[in-house]
Design a protein around this ligand. Structure first.
Ligand code: C2O
Ligand code: CU
Length: 486
């Protein structure tokens, strides 16, 4: 073969190899301006893709707001900054604060109160928002940059208003470049107390890792909750990290009073058993201080725990008991308020992974129903629909799945039906190889993210939306708008 001929063949071979890659790369580039409404393709789940009737009104996300016409019962201003701060037991870290602290101030309100939170961005260069994780509030207050609002730029402010409707444990965090800002500490706890509160001692245990150092409520190490023998104590565990955490109690039995802000019906007593707290999820543990010292609440080990008891008492050593309670069979059944068997839409949310280009970068990317970001399903519903969804994971990793604006009821896992208390959740730990069937009522119109709460996974494309027919958003994501919710 002549040298020239060889060169021609080599060049042709290179073109044949590179051209499809170049095509895939080109096709994967994200537009610099994109509406969440046009993201991906409509999946109507067997229902209508368009609103029914002629007199149907188009509504903008911005019209679906909390009450503006009366003074709030509770107000707070939260000033967001990018700064260096001290984490006790860890040292100085570079991250984000609210009112110079991370976690931000605990917001504690009562059921029925109108809450007003003003976010002021003093120095977060990428802009920031506040999302109220687990609170099923009006869509315009949901705090998703590029979907329900524009990110709040440096020097700007944004007012959130919502009625604290459902008592429970929640948290708030930025939903702009959230994989960085949440990791860096732009977050805080939110507690909604019932109208008539009990006589228990009530404490928040917010878990967060700063520079890979685990903390509970902003400090590393053991912490004390002072309470006399015989006192009932509620520990509100909030997992703000990217992976699941095991929680347990040594030296006393306990009950899981509530999961993701929804009470468990007739929770049974647990002993030598841990509870899995999903990333993004919350679990309220109820225990009684023993008569002979203190109890210890273990929070994943590694020296992060709570000692609950009278001043100066010691608690048993911290050791993971091994077994884990299965919420599928925990507690006893109670009325659901809807019939999951009468679903008007059925979706599947099937999570895989494959090599591809996304946003011009090669890598292993998450897929939903075989599709890559941003070509994801737009789960389309109409207000009043009963919706079923099967979430399947065969991607090799665990995914904490979080739907905004709604709680979903777990019906089954791997074909085994739920037999315990209704298990309502907003953050569901779906392990590799697992398949969950969930159901919910479409009762909160808007455009809602439905994504993995391991936020780097979301940034790698594990994001879809639930959209109500007839609702549109004026906001756009992409470079041109500096809105990047993931
Ligand atoms: Cu904790 Cu999309 O959020
Ligand atoms: Cu994930």
């Amino acid at each position: 073969m002549s040298g020239r001929r060889r060169t021609v063949i080599a060049v042709a071979a290179a073109v044949i190899l590179v051209a499809p890659l170049a095509f895939l790369w080109q096709r994967s580039l994200l537009p610099s301006s994109m509406s969440a409404m046009d993201m991906g393709y409509v999946d109507a789940g067997g229902g209508a893709a368009m609103p029914a009737g002629h007199h149907h009104q188009e509504r903008s996300v911005s019209d679906l707001a909390g009450p503006r016409n009366r003074p709030p019962d509770f107000r707070i201003e939260l000033v967001a900054r990018k700064e260096r701060f001290d984490v006790p037991g860890v040292g100085q870290v570079d991250g984000f604060t609210l009112n110079h602290r991370s976690p931000g101030p605990e917001i504690r309100v009562r059921e029925g109160q109108l809450v007003q939170v003003t976010l002021v961005n003093e120095s977060v260069p990428d802009g920031a928002t506040l999302h109220w994780h687990g609170v099923d509030l009006p869509n315009a207050e949901d705090g998703v940059a590029g979907v329900t609002q524009d990110a709040v730029r440096v020097g700007q402010r944004f007012e959130y208003r919502f009625v604290a409707e459902h008592p429970g444990t929640y948290w708030y965090h930025s939903h702009q470049v959230s994989h960085e800002q949440v990791k860096g500490g732009l977050l805080g706890p939110l507690v909604i107390l019932p109208r008539t509160a009990g006589a228990e001692t009530d404490t928040v245990a917010l878990l967060h890792s700063y520079d890979k150092h685990r903390t509970v409520s902003g400090r590393n190490g053991e912490q004390h909750v002072t309470a006399p023998a015989g006192r009932t104590v509620r520990v509100r565990v909030i997992n703000t990290d990217a992976g699941p955490v095991r929680a347990w109690v040594s030296g006393a039995s306990y009950r899981i009073q509530s999961v993701d802000g929804r009470d468990v019906h007739e929770p049974g007593e647990l002993r030598d058993t841990a509870t899995l707290v999903t990333a993004g999820g919350r679990v309220d543990l109820l225990l009684t201080v023993p008569s002979n010292g203190a109890a210890r609440v273990g929070l994943g080990g590694g020296g992060v725990s709570l000692v609950v008891g009278p001043e100066g008492t010691t608690a048993p050593a911290d050791a993971d008991p091994g077994p884990t309670v299965d919420l599928l069979g925990y507690g006893t059944p109670a009325p659901l308020g809807f019939d999951p068997a009468r679903a008007s839409r059925s979706f599947r949310y099937d999570i895989g992974r494959r090599p591809a280009f996304v946003a011009g970068k090669p890598g292993l990317f998450w897929t939903i129903n075989g599709h890559l970001f941003p070509d994801m399903p737009m789960f389309t519903v109409t207000e009043g629909d009963v919706v079923r969804m099967t979430i399947k994971n065969h991607s090799g990793q665990v995914h904490p799945m979080h739907l905004h604006g709604h709680h979903v009821l777990v019906l089954s896992r791997n074909g085994t039906a739920a037999t315990g208390s209704p298990w309502w959740t907003d953050s569901l730990n779906v392990a590799d190889g697992e398949s969950y069937e969930v159901a919910f009522v479409a009762d909160n119109p808007g455009i809602w993210m439905d994504h993995c709460h391991n936020l780097p996974h979301a940034a790698q494309g594990l994001v879809a939306h639930l959209m109500y027919t007839g609702v549109s958003t004026p906001y756009r994501v992409g470079e041109d708008h500096d809105n990047e919710p993931e």
